[in-house]
Design a protein around this ligand. Structure first.
Ligand SMILES: *[C@@H]1O[C@H](CO)[C@@H](O)[C@H](O)[C@H]1NC(C)=O
Ligand SMILES: *[C@@H]1O[C@H](CO)[C@@H](O)[C@H](O)[C@H]1NC(C)=O
Length: 178
């Protein structure tokens, strides 16, 4: 009785430990490719931001430890949010919790004028809103439209952004229209 019963639990124990080690290795191998292949759409929610800020045409991105973010799209293009938003082929900025700061390469159109978006931020804790900053002026938009990832239409933009040479005009126009 004792002899016949003792090998069985031992065998079961072996089987159990074997299956445990298999499930452990399969769990880690399932995790490592996704963390090695993380997309920008996975990164943004980790910073409290909605994934759909960037369109579906992202080809590559880099994020350094200090938060410096660089995103490449397949080309310049536009997405129709509450505002028509135009993306350059390369967008740079600084990613911190709840904010994409020091942005270069995203513009939004309002009254036929393109404004450089300097900052995109959310409330902490998150609310239903997201904010687009042009200079020190902020526009509030519904966050829902940024929860899905939009396709991006290639752009042939006619009107241009008001650039730095006319900073005073830009400030004036921003006050008036943005
Ligand atoms: C990870 O990247 C490889 C090669 O770039 C790709 O084939 C694969 O589909 C990606 N996996 C996921 C989960 O995105
Ligand atoms: C984005 O594209 C530029 C120019 O093609 C390239 O130099 C840069 O390394 C790219 N960045 C990333 C993050 O792939």
């Amino acid at each position: 009785m004792e002899c016949s019963s003792s090998p069985l639990p031992l065998f079961l124990l072996l089987l159990l430990s074997l299956s445990l080690s298999i499930s452990a290795t399969s769990a880690t191998s399932a995790e490592s490719p996704s963390s090695g292949n993380t997309t920008i759409y996975d990164i943004l929610p980790k910073y409290g931001l909605p994934p759909g800020i960037f369109p579906d045409t992202v080809t590559s991105f880099s994020l350094s430890e200090d938060g410096a973010l660089s995103v490449n799209l397949s080309g310049p293009c536009q997405v129709e949010f509450d505002y028509l938003v135009s993306f350059d082929a390369t967008i740079t900025g600084v990613l911190r919790y709840g904010v994409l700061d020091c942005l270069k390469g995203i513009q939004a159109r309002r009254f036929l004028i393109w404004f450089d978006i300097d900052r995109i931020k959310v409330d902490l804790p998150p609310t239903n809103y997201i904010y687009f900053d042009v200079g020190w002026i902020t526009r509030k938009l519904g966050v829902d439209q940024f929860l899905t990832i939009h396709s991006c239409k290639s752009s042939c933009r006619v009107s241009r952004t008001i650039n730095g040479a006319f900073q005073w005009a830009k400030d004036f126009v921003t006050d008036l229209f943005w």
